[in-house]
Design a protein around this ligand. Structure first.
Ligand code: FAD
Ligand code: NAI
Length: 465
């Protein structure tokens, strides 16, 4: 079978690349080792985690907040099996959607492990061992990533688990110990804390979600505490042992004091690593550095017709980053001049309240020695937030001290995930804080906090504070 483009891996990088290739007139195939399309994101990542986050949010609202709204119901009971079943249905609807899109765009789907025979030949090995050989002019590698284990405590997938197993638990953990207070740790930690597990987070650095603006980590620590999540920051895990149905985690704080935690499950969420097993990269002379496939500014590997995108290359491990890169490569192959603005790829943590950021953090601006202004506006001063009862959080705007150009938008608060798109738009058009502060924002909305924070940044004159 002869193709213009073969994409290996059907996650958000791969399937979007394949669709854009097909739209541009390339005869395209996609190779996926699993039976369902959609990769990590749809099967064991973004979508199932958000399904459980939404379900657990309904649960805690029914349990803690309905009453204050004047809704009286009997004490809600958790049906974890139903929650997980619904999550499975949400995943199925999404992965079926990708299969439909492949058909619609006349993209051939080959199920099996794809590996290079040479730079124009891909062998697909199905689960039953059957091999198919495909030839192609160009290849896009989009093989994604896998969870990183602790070097001294590999995943046993029963008690020492990764996000993949956490999304499928058959019983509610009594005490879930989470190692790594990053995105997965805080999202899945929230799910289980909301539905009744005791949750303890052990984080190596001094802040939760440490790659985001420091203010976000501080605020998230407060809301995590309100939810009952206990956090040990600045703690290095020294051992994890699982015996029967008990897991013991030992860690050492910066002050030299040790802690010992006993739980029934330990979620290890200390990052993910690029995945290239079985690809046969050696057959075409591509090497990896720390697991990552090396690419140039156009996402091309050192082999002329082979590109790589998404989690398997440098940069943020995010679905929408992978998607942008998929489109970029397809359009580059078609002779177009696309662009990915990496600094304006937003990051979101789907806790409640949500955390969302785009652009530079205050810490980055300090390191760069850039002169900047800060404007903050708290949710508790917003009419909309008081009406809904979501008064935790704030909007933080960072702007250039001289030109007033917005350099960073950081939000922790209700619906931050959707609001951050306005920050991206403003920054793509290089808006100043004053530009945004002079635009009409519907009242009452959470977005008014962005306008007010811009007023605070541009001239220190918020109206409602
Ligand atoms: P993947 O989605 O990892 O897809 C790679 C695919 O390649 C897989 O299907 C794999 O089976 C296949 N493959 C690998 N090797 C071969 C081979 N040799 N032959 C054939 N097929 C192969 N990101 C967000 O932006 N928002 C979120 O809310 C979010 N939530 C997440 C929650 C969790 C729990 C996790 C784990 C991740 C989350 N992410 C989120 C990250 C997101 O899932 C990844 O950044 C994204 O899936 C990367 O896309 P990708 O296309 O590069 O790779
Ligand atoms: P992460 O990089 O977000 O967080 C890992 C955390 O673990 C960091 O805070 C780090 O300091 C800490 N850590 C590392 N080693 C440690 C150790 N030995 N002991 C204690 N703490 C340690 O990685 P995470 O949460 O595993 O997620 C993986 C990737 O998946 C991320 O890159 C993220 O972008 C993506 N993802 C995105 C989501 C989203 O966009 N909402 C949701 C979930 C995952």
């Amino acid at each position: 079978m002869q193709y213009n483009v073969i994409v290996i891996g059907s996650g958000p990088g791969g399937y979007v690349a394949a669709i854009r290739c097909a739209q541009l007139g390339f005869k395209t195939a996609i190779v996926e080792k699993y039976k369902t399309l959609g990769g990590t994101c749809l099967n064991v990542g973004c979508i199932p985690s958000k399904a459980l986050l939404d379900s657990s949010e309904h649960f805690i609202n029914a349990k803690q907040h309905f009453k204050e709204h004047g809704i009286e119901i009997p004490e809600p009971k958790l049906n974890l099996g139903q929650m997980i079943k619904r999550k499975g249905e949400v995943v199925k609807a999404n992965v079926d959607g990708i299969a439909f899109l492949m058909k619609k765009n006349k993209i051939d789907v080959h199920t099996g492990v794809g590996s290079f025979v040479d730079k124009n030949t891909i062998k697909v090995t199905a689960e039953d061992g059957k091999e198919t050989t495909l030839t192609t002019e160009k290849v896009i590698i989009a093989t994604g990533s896998k969870p990183t284990p602790l070097p001294f405590a590999p995943f046993d997938k029963k008690r020492i688990i990764s996000s993949t197993e956490a999304l499928e638990l058959k019983e509610l953990p009594k005490h879930l110990i989470v190692i790594g207070g990053g995105v997965i740790g805080m999202e899945l930690g929230s799910v289980f804390a909301r539905v009744g597990s005791k949750v303890t987070v052990v984080e190596f650095l001094d802040s939760l979600i440490p790659t985001m603006d420091g203010t976000m980590g501080k605020e998230l620590l407060k809301v995590a505490k309100k939810l009952g999540i206990e956090s040990y920051l600045g703690h290095k895990v020294t051992s994890v042992e699982s015996k029967g149905d008990e897991v013991t985690v030992k860690a050492e704080g910066k002050d030299g004091k040790s802690i010992e935690l006993k739980g029934d499950y330990c979620l290890v969420s200390i990052g993910r690593r690029p995945y290239t097993d079985g690809l046969g990269l050696d057959k075409i002379g591509i090497e990896t550095v720390k697991g990552q496939i090396q690419v140039d500014d156009h996402l091309k590997t050192k082999v002329d017709n082979v590109y790589a995108i998404g989690d398997v290359v440098r940069g943020a491990m995010l679905a929408h980053k992978a998607e942008e890169e998929g489109v970029y490569v397809a359009e580059t192959m078609a002779g177009q001049k696309p662009h990915v603005h990496y600094n304006l790829i937003p990051g979101v943590v789907y806790t409640w309240p949500e955390v969302a950021s785009v652009g530079y953090t205050e810490e980055q601006l300090k390191t760069q020695g850039k002169a900047y202004k800060v404007g903050n506006f708290p949710y508790k001063a917003l009419g909309r937030a008081r009406a809904s009862g979501d008064t935790d959080g704030l909007v933080k705007i960072l702007a250039d001290k001289t030109t007033d150009e917005i350099l960073g938008v950081h939000i922790i608060g209700a619906r931050a995930a959707d609001m951050i798109a306005a920050g991206v738009t403003a920054m793509e058009f290089r808006a100043s804080a004053e530009d945004v502060s002079r635009m009409s924002h519907a009242h009452p909305t959470y977005m008014e906090a962005v306008k007010e924070a811009c007023l605070a940044a541009t001239a220190n004159r918020p109206i409602h504070m």
